[in-house]
Write a protein that binds this ligand. Sequence first.
Ligand code: NDP
Length: 448
Amino acid sequence: MLTDEYVKKVYAQVEKRDGDQPEFLQAVREVFESLQPVVEKHPEYEANGVLERLVEPERVVKFRVAWVDDSGKVQVNRGYRVQFNSAIGPYKGGLRFHPTVNEGVIKFLGFEQILKNSLTTLPMGGGKGGSDFDPKGKSDAEVMRFCQAFMTELSRHIGQFTDVPAGDINVGAREIGYLFGQYKRIRDEYSGVLTGKGLEFGGSLARTEATGYGLCYYTAEALRVLRNDSFEGKTVVISGSGNVAIFATEKAQALGAKVVTASDSNGYVYDPNGIQLDVVKDIKLGHRGRIKEYAERVPGAEYHEGCKGVWTVPCDIALPCATQNEIDGESAEALVKNGCKVVCEGANMPSTPEAIEVYQKNGLLYGPAKAANAGGVAVSGLEMSQNSYRLSWTFEETDAKLKSIMESIVANSLAAAKEYGEEGDLMAGANIAGFVKVADAMVAQGVL
Ligand code: NDP
């Protein structure tokens, strides 16, 4: 609940201005609820208008992306880049290509990114971008032409010291390659302007695995510190079958857990013997197929239409890795009823406010996205460092840095929660720890 007068006033302003952006309002409200004890203790934040400025992006770029499909027809999509906050570093955040993309979705992701990037302890501001382009069913040549058209406009607004985009839903190695190539052609400049690049042209080892691995490092550390427990012998439900889900499955299995599900936007598979990841990789990374194929190939596995049912599968730990608001109150109740004790988020904002209430009421260990999935952007930050030094670290070196960053996020979140009377609350702790650093930098830099 919002009780602090300053916080209430700023939230009312956001509601008035951005009432048509429900995901953005949801993200702001959750953060504001955690920040009330902080602004009460620090009147300088109100005096410097920190919250008013935090919720208003420094810049929103919205542009036409016109391209020609394989049949020679002109197609027009919308492109976005929200440069949200540069108090602690250049704007940094991924690009999402999905038909559900609109300004409100990109703003919620950009807003979350400010605090997430701050939590990594690396010098990165918050940004996000994307397009309502749907790569499903498009040929490679169409995806390339779209990426080139998208970058032709985006290149005016980004740069290695200004704004460094990366991947997100439907933007993986293929798309980053095409985007990087077009930036290089237009600017005649070979720089680390994007992260998630191929290893042959400046990418970092362990970036592909980083979000999924990082999610498991975070969960393992939270389990150790708060429950004196581990992944060993646990049953895990994971949603999605993209980049984050695949590498979360890989690491959870390596840490001794049995992962029993995988899903996509059509449905989910349940494999009581444990998901065979090589089959999922072959389907998704090999030929961009549908997850249904898994049940056709693996004896004993079941396929169910509709992705929501995945939350009715009994488990100890749930790791949502698909998309926003994929767990509502009803799904959260089903998880609890079937024995789930831990929810850590690989996707951004996968739990509705009602679902979070259910976790809290039932004493689940809840690791919020902006902390639990920060591993991706953390290794993106390490990719930027390697590009600046013009060197590359080994997989082991980078993975060790990732693990230590995820462990420090758990420690810093718990310390911040304790300082503000929310002991053991990883959500409040992440919001507070991420915010304080950005807020102090904003105050120090004056009213901008
Ligand atoms: P991918 O495109 O690789 O995979 C996305 C997966 O989620 C696919 O299985 C997709 O199924 C499914 N999905 C997408 N939209 C929906 C939907 N509306 N309903 C149900 N399922 C859906 O993306 P990522 O794995 O990179 O991203 C997954 C989540 O993790 C996102 O929330 C993203 O913001 C977040 N994230 C990603 C990071 C990264 O480094 N990649 C970093 C931090 C967070 P289908 O193929 O059918 O669309």
